[in-house]
Design a protein around this ligand. Structure first.
Ligand code: GZL
Length: 306
């Protein structure tokens, strides 16, 4: 539990407006754009000044971005650490400069930094649960078992690490399923397509593709079709994020199931900062609930998707 009066954590004084930083990892897909839009909209709504940076996929640049926010003397920093370890020195530097940090969306290595001591809290999805729910759906919906190709997210990122852990751990308990290959596609559509193409050639008997996000799942559809196979028939495709594009593909029968990972952080992020300023107890983790989509509900819910 983090309190603004908690020994060691910087406080946030009660003001009617703040200058806050938001250090984004990159803007290479609709999920990240939806997250940024949500943060910018909430800042505007509250009349807070938002210092926004985009690390363009570089953890090193994100470190520099956070350090520049510290130099600018922002009141608080919202940070989505691109990878679990490289941002920790910057988080500690913010603390040293008396600037509280709230982690959004991605977390840091818990053996090196802790909520309530180094940063206020982590707001985001439970990525392990996301991976487990996808694996559970697969086991429940593919009675004959299967050979799985796994497309991993950005190496070293908490969603990639945890979505792998959640899925692989569940699958390990079901001997009729086997993960025949697992490789990073860096959460990117074209990299996902390239990796899926290579792995499908190496494992022609693979009949399931589990992608850690929609971008790579959509790339994998192209790879399956390029291999002369029918997505949804010869190869089941599973994903995480739940954007409008992937839900339409579920409706079209090309994608089997998707666990949501809601990108709309703005309201909860700013509410948490205001609560922290008011001295309220802030839990070390604030978990966003995630929907789960398949052919049974995608058409009903697509209009609620980002
Ligand atoms: C998850 C987020 C991931 C999305 C990807 O919270 O960090 O990063 O699942 C995005 O689409 O690139």
């Amino acid at each position: 539990v983090a309190r603004s009066a908690f020994a060691g954590l910087p406080t946030l004084e009660v003001k009617d407006t703040y200058k806050v930083g938001f250090a984004q990892t990159e803007s290479n897909n609709p999920w990240r754009l939806a997250q940024t839009n949500s943060m910018q909209a909430e800042a505007e709504k509250r009349g807070w000044q938002l210092v926004y940076t985009d690390a363009a996929g570089s953890a090193a640049k994100q470190v520099a971005d956070v350090n520049s926010m510290i130099a600018q003397g922002v009141d608080l920093i919202f940070l989505a650490p691109r990878e679990e370890i490289p941002l920790i020195p910057a988080i500690k530097a913010a603390k040293g400069a008396g600037i509280p940090v709230i982690l959004l969306d991605r977390n840091v290595d818990q053996s090196l930094a802790k909520a309530g001591e180094d940063y206020v809290t982590f707001i985001g999805s439970d990525f392990i649960e996301e991976g487990r729910r996808v694996a559970e759906w697969l086991v429940n919906n593919k009675p004959g078992g299967g050979k799985i190709i796994e497309l991993e997210g950005t190496a070293g990122s908490s969603p990639a690490n945890d979505r792998k852990e959640g899925f692989d751990t569940f699958i390990a308990d079901h001997a009729s399923f086997e993960i025949v290959a697992s490789q990073t596609g860096d959460f990117a559509r074209d990299k996902g397509r390239q990796v899926a193409e290579t792995l499908l050639q190496a494992h022609p008997d693979a009949d399931v593709i589990y992608a850690h996000n929609d971008e790579m799942a959509i790339g994998a559809i192209s790879a399956v079709e390029a291999a002369g196979k029918v997505p949804g028939k010869d190869v089941l495709i599973l994903s995480i994020d739940g954007g409008r594009e992937i839900l339409q593909l579920v409706i079209d029968g090309k994608v089997a199931a998707v666990c949501e990972c809601n990108p709309r952080f703005g309201p909860k992020a700013f509410d948490t900062a205001a609560a922290y300023a008011n001295g309220e107890d802030i839990p070390g983790k604030i978990i966003n609930p995630d929907n789960f989509y398949d052919a049974s509900n995608a058409a009903d819910l697509i209009d609620t998707a980002y």
